[in-house]
Design a protein around this ligand. Structure first.
Ligand SMILES: *[C@@H]1O[C@H](CO)[C@@H](O)[C@H](O)[C@H]1NC(C)=O
Ligand SMILES: *[C@@H]1O[C@H](CO)[C@@H](O)[C@H](O)[C@H]1NC(C)=O
Ligand SMILES: *[C@@H]1O[C@H](CO)[C@@H](O)[C@H](O)[C@H]1NC(C)=O
Ligand SMILES: *[C@@H]1O[C@H](CO)[C@@H](O)[C@H](O)[C@H]1NC(C)=O
Ligand SMILES: *[C@@H]1O[C@H](CO)[C@@H](O)[C@H](O)[C@H]1NC(C)=O
Ligand SMILES: *[C@@H]1O[C@H](CO)[C@@H](O)[C@H](O)[C@H]1NC(C)=O
Ligand SMILES: *[C@@H]1O[C@H](CO)[C@@H](O)[C@H](O)[C@H]1NC(C)=O
Ligand SMILES: *[C@@H]1O[C@H](CO)[C@@H](O)[C@H](O)[C@H]1NC(C)=O
Length: 548
């Protein structure tokens, strides 16, 4: 038996060698195949054959001391099914059994239906491991893991025993019911329909599982939630969680599942193609093929230059332009936030349906610069927004400037995170002309009136008063140098005017020191303006920018 297996493996190896060593299913396009193979080999590096989990390929500090991680293990397992070589299917099955064995099945708990984050963790909700939403447990992992189980069942059930399929369906049942406990604003949860990426996943997990289990109530819950998401989208023709190099990628993933795995009579299916294509229209307007960056402003970001961190939108763009032009570095693990590359196999599997929905002119805009233009959009995130948010981005060949007008009940956007929420952003070429410089407005106010015109950004602060501070974060010069005022900005002339006259405090945030910590691993100079004690009125800051 062992002998036969070995012979079979050898045979497989030699077949692969003859066919140019491709490990992709034959239906994959060449870009989908390179994404699949690159992300699988990235993940392979973290595979622990003893435990049947991936090690936590965390890109955070502290690192993981070789603990394991359930979510990326599940994504990898789906990739193993797609590859289906050697022991792949057996290993995928081990992962599924492991992850499902760590699902929380006590229906009386708020975390019912989600999964352990790591198999090493203590029992959740005990004195030694209190339940802290988004820390010791993550409600969104229901969506992230549940959707990948759906892909496994839809695409590869011929490889799974009926007993394992039952196990996955049972897990999806707990998952969907547990997710229905989530109500924005209750028990520390924040799942409103405007929280686009987990909302979209919730709707499909509930709708798909309900249909599969003949649970009409569960199906109806998915449809109902889907309707709320669609109504909100219809207001502005944009996702509420707008323009994020990471989360636009997750939302597109969820919408691809709506399109591919729900039937014609589902509101999810009826709207998915239109929402995917409209979302790509925005991406096409904002993607700068030369800078390989999504121009700002960003509702939620994990970095300020996509050539240096991995956003999930980048592997989607890879499907149209290949790796290099998508901003993904050839050695992905050198990038910040590289752990999101674990999404790669899933995107490759969904590539065929997805790519077909992206309009041809958008595909062209991803490949080459379409000329200077100004893009306007709106988005809306109740209950956080007092008014529609208005976006303006000026995109030129050498410089992009974008900003949001908003009025919210939080500082830091609906995700309540000033490090992610980037309401005004400029990017240009610096250094020898291949590096991308960034200027990011760090939110300190809950409202801004923004004006963007070619070369100019003006921000007025409706609630600003004498205790406000206004902060602009600027990229360090490359390759080295020290910045002592705006005149030292690398590659960019900046003329700043403020009302009233404000005093400037310039500091540096470095990995090894300085006045403050890096944000998303990025170092920056911090230009912070303060107002005179006596000031009353409407303060504003204007930056006129020109590339050198
Ligand atoms: C759901 O209903 C269909 C059609 O009535 C049936 O074929 C299927 O076995 C049922 N599935 C379950 C899980 O009950
Ligand atoms: C039906 O679904 C709703 C929403 O998910 C849930 O609150 C309710 O308890 C479910 N009812 C039954 C009978 O399953
Ligand atoms: C959203 O807009 C589409 C296209 O205009 C329309 O077909 C659909 O019925 C609308 N759905 C909702 C829930 O508003
Ligand atoms: C955005 O524009 C709309 C008009 O389209 C306006 O009603 C709204 O107040 C604006 N939002 C903000 C925050 O200024
Ligand atoms: C400025 O506004 C903030 C909140 O809006 C308030 O907490 C603060 O006291 C105000 N400062 C002055 C000097 O009015
Ligand atoms: C760093 O800057 C100094 C002074 O501008 C320059 O002489 C040196 O070549 C630079 N070093 C590198 C590695 O670019
Ligand atoms: C500038 O900011 C730093 C760091 O927050 C602080 O220590 C310093 O006192 C500030 N300087 C002035 C002049 O406000
Ligand atoms: C920027 O510097 C100011 C002090 O000038 C400080 O209060 C603020 O926290 C710094 N902002 C960031 C994002 O580091």
């Amino acid at each position: 038996m062992q002998h036969i297996k070995m012979r079979a493996a050898l045979l497989l190896l030699s077949v692969a060698a003859v066919e140019g060593s491709s490990s992709c299913p034959g239906t994959f396009s060449s870009n989908a195949c390179s994404l699949f193979e690159t992300s699988m080999s990235y993940l392979e590096y973290f595979w622990d054959p003893v435990a049947g989990y991936l090690f936590d390929e965390t890109d955070q500090t502290p690192a993981s001391a070789m603990r394991h991680e359930t979510r990326t293990s599940t994504w990898y397992a789906v990739g193993l099914l797609a590859r289906n070589q050697g022991d792949d299917v057996a290993n995928a099955e081990r992962v599924f059994r492991n992850v499902v064995s760590g699902q929380f099945t006590d229906a009386s708990k708020q975390w019912y239906g989600t999964y352990q984050k790591e198999p090493e963790e203590p029992l959740l909700g005990t004195a030694v491991y209190p339940a802290e939403i988004y820390d010791t447990w993550d409600p969104n992992w229901r969506g992230f893991i549940g959707t990948s189980l759906i892909i496994a069942l839809e695409e590869y059930s011929h490889l799974l025993s009926s007993e394992l399929q039952e196990l996955l369906l049972q897990s999806l049942y707990h998952n969907a019911v547990g997710d229905s406990y989530r109500v924005g604003g209750v028990d520390g949860d924040n799942l409103y329909p405007c929280y686009s990426n987990p909302s979209i996943m919730r709707a499909v997990v509930s709708g798909w599982t309900g249909r599969r289990l003949n649970d009409t109530n569960m199906t109806a819950a998915g449809e109902m939630y889907g309707r709320e998401i669609v109504s909100l989208f219809n207001l502005t023709n944009t996702l509420s969680e707008f323009n994020s190099a990471t989360y636009t990628g997750v939302s597109l993933y969820g919408l691809a599942l709506w399109e591919k795995y729900t039937p014609d009579d589902s509101i999810l299916k009826q709207n998915a193609a239109r929402m995917i294509s409209a979302t790509w229209e925005s991406v096409g307007q904002l993607w700068h093929p030369g800078m390989r960056n999504l121009a700002g402003p960003w509702d939620r970001t994990y970095g300020w230059d996509m050539n240096r961190y991995l956003g999930i939108l980048a592997p989607w763009i890879w499907l149209f332009v290949g790796r290099e032009a998508s901003s993904v570095y050839y050695n992905v693990a050198a990038m910040s936030h590289h752990s999101d590359f674990a999404f790669g196999p899933l995107l490759a599997i969904l590539a065929d349906v997805h790519v077909a929905l992206v309009p041809a002119h958008v595909q062209s805009a991803l490949k080459s610069f379409q000329g200077e233009h100004t893009y306007h959009a709106q988005a809306y995130s109740p209950p956080f927004d007092f008014a529609l948010r208005n976006y303006t981005t000026w995109v030129s060949e050498k410089l992009t400037i974008g900003a949001i007008s908003f009025d919210e009940d939080v500082v830091g956007g609906p995700s309540n995170n000033p490090g992610q929420w980037s309401p005004a952003v400029a990017q240009w070429y610096q250094g020898d002309g291949t590096d991308v410089g960034y200027l990011v407005h760090y939110a300190t106010e809950s409202a801004i009136d923004a004006e963007v015109t070619p070369g100019c950004l003006k921000l007025t602060y409706p609630y600003g008063n004498s205790s406000s501070i206004f902060t602009f974060l600027l990229s360090p010069p490359t390759p080295n140098g020290t910045l002592l005022d705006w005149n030292d900005a690398d590659g960019l002339d900046v003329r700043i005017t403020t009302y009233p006259e404000m005093s400037l405090n310039l500091t540096f945030a470095g990995a090894f020191g300085g006045a403050s910590e890096t944000i998303h691993d990025f170092e920056f100079y911090n230009f912070t303006y303060t107002l005179p004690q006596s000031f009353t009125g409407l303060p504003w800051v204007q930056l006129e920018m020109k590339t050198q």
